[in-house]
Ligand binder design. Structure first.
Ligand SMILES: Nc1ncnc2c1ncn2[C@@H]1O[C@H](COP(=O)(O)OP(=O)(O)O)[C@@H](O)[C@H]1O
Ligand SMILES: [Mg+2]
Length: 360
């Protein structure tokens, strides 16, 4: 059991606990913007670091977890020492200093590669066919942008030429997210650090964070037979598992997450999806969640939807959600012995995030 705060309803202050073993199910974390989801999620992830050996892979759209390796002042020295000894890898994007968040194009599944290139197997038959065979060739290539471009340029083959034009015209060769031949996030994830924080916030194009997520999720899926457990935490999950995918990349991502939601459990791939509104997440992912954390949510419509999906959450507790104060959460489902409302404890590590303070 991990400690996450105090029960709100107990007559005497009682420690609230989650059954960490039950993170071997998918979890849905919901609450309106500002309700304290990210903060509270951090409290639970810290306790998972301290109390289990479960590797965490955190897809972090707002750089909220990039200081998870920095312990706050005033934390019990024994706990602080344990946290400092924990292998937390922070992978940054954009201009932020630190280790880079990089992924390999070749680790994308074929469907994802085609989505990134916006290729259709029939309408773009020639180029698609080049893509099919690229895999075998590229391993033999030296490992930089020029050589991929040169490789495609050198061949006297219209399919390759067209694929090169496509890569150049879409600006894909210039993305900062590519590892080319270097070490990638997939390599790091393979070593199963206790936590891998993927900062998706700093990329120049809006495609790159999604492609980074897709490459890592595709890789975890491709290697699923190794049955190495991991908790995949997706904050603001409606960006990656959207109810209404508009682009091929969105569709590929959403499908991959739904597949992990449907079949991942037997391979040890567990999801924790956090969002402001249940209706923004694809229902096929939502319906697979056996654990629920609900923070303040005022919309009756959203609460009614939650009641539909999460029959195990008692109606009288759901009805209290609009009146929750910051840091209060209802926990229901397999990871609590009994559904209850909890006041979340304080964080042990620093919050990241990039809220701009009002100049005074
Ligand atoms: N339990 C808490 N104790 C202290 N500050 C909190 C707590 N929960 C949230 N906050 C603060 O409130 C703000 C919003 O919280 P956040 O977790 O980012 O909300 P959300 O992710 O739901 O939008 C943040 O600045 C955070 O530091
Ligand atoms: Mg948040």
């Amino acid at each position: 059991m991990i400690q996450i705060g105090q029960s709100v309803d107990a007559v005497d202050p009682t420690a609230a606990q989650l059954d960490a073993r039950r993170f071997n199910r998918h979890t849905f974390w919901c609450g309106q913007s500002g309700s304290g989801k990210t903060y509270a999620l951090g409290v639970v992830l810290e306790q998972l670091l301290l109390g289990t050996r479960l590797p965490l892979i955190i897809l972090d759209p707002n750089a909220d977890f990039v200081r998870m390796n920095e312990v706050r002042a005033g934390v019990d020295p024994v706990v602080a020492a344990q946290l400092k000894d924990t292998d937390v890898r922070i992978l940054r994007s954009g201009d932020a200093p630190g280790e880079r968040l990089l992924v390999r194009f070749l680790d994308l599944g074929l469907r994802s590669k085609a989505a990134v290139l916006r290729l259709d197997p029939l309408l773009d038959a020639e180029e698609y066919n080049v893509l099919l065979h690229l895999e075998e060739e590229v391993t033999a290539l030296s490992r930089n942008q020029q050589s991929l471009a040169q490789h495609l340029r050198s061949a006297d083959d219209p399919g390759r030429r067209k694929l090169l034009l496509r890569l150049e015209n879409l600006g894909i060769l210039d993305w900062d997210v590519w590892a080319w031949g270097g070490s990638s996030t997939e390599d790091i994830v393979d070593t199963r650090p206790r936590a891998t924080v993927m900062d998706l916030s700093g990329f120049r194009s809006h495609w790159e964070p999604k492609v980074a997520a897709l490459a890592v999720l595709d890789h975890l899926w491709a290697t699923r037979e190794q049955r190495q457990p991991a908790l995949i935490v997706i904050d603001e999950a409606h960006n990656l598992c959207t109810a209404e995918p508009l682009t091929p990349v969105d569709a590929a991502l959403t499908e991959r997450i739904i597949q992990i939601a449907a079949e991942g459990r037997k391979y040890g791939l567990w999801l924790l999806l956090s969002t402001q509104r249940p209706s923004k997440i694809h229902p096929n992912a939502l319906s697979q969640c056996d654990n629920l954390a609900l923070m303040k949510m005022s919309s009756p419509h959203d609460l009614a939807e939650l009641a539909d999906y999460f029959g195990y959450a008692p109606a009288d507790l759901l009805a209290r959600s609009p009146y929750f104060t910051q840091g209060q959460a209802l926990f229901a489902g397999g990871f609590v012995p009994e559904a209850s409302v909890v006041q979340i404890a304080g964080r042990l590590t620093q919050e990241g995030g990039s809220d701009v303070a009002v100049p005074m």
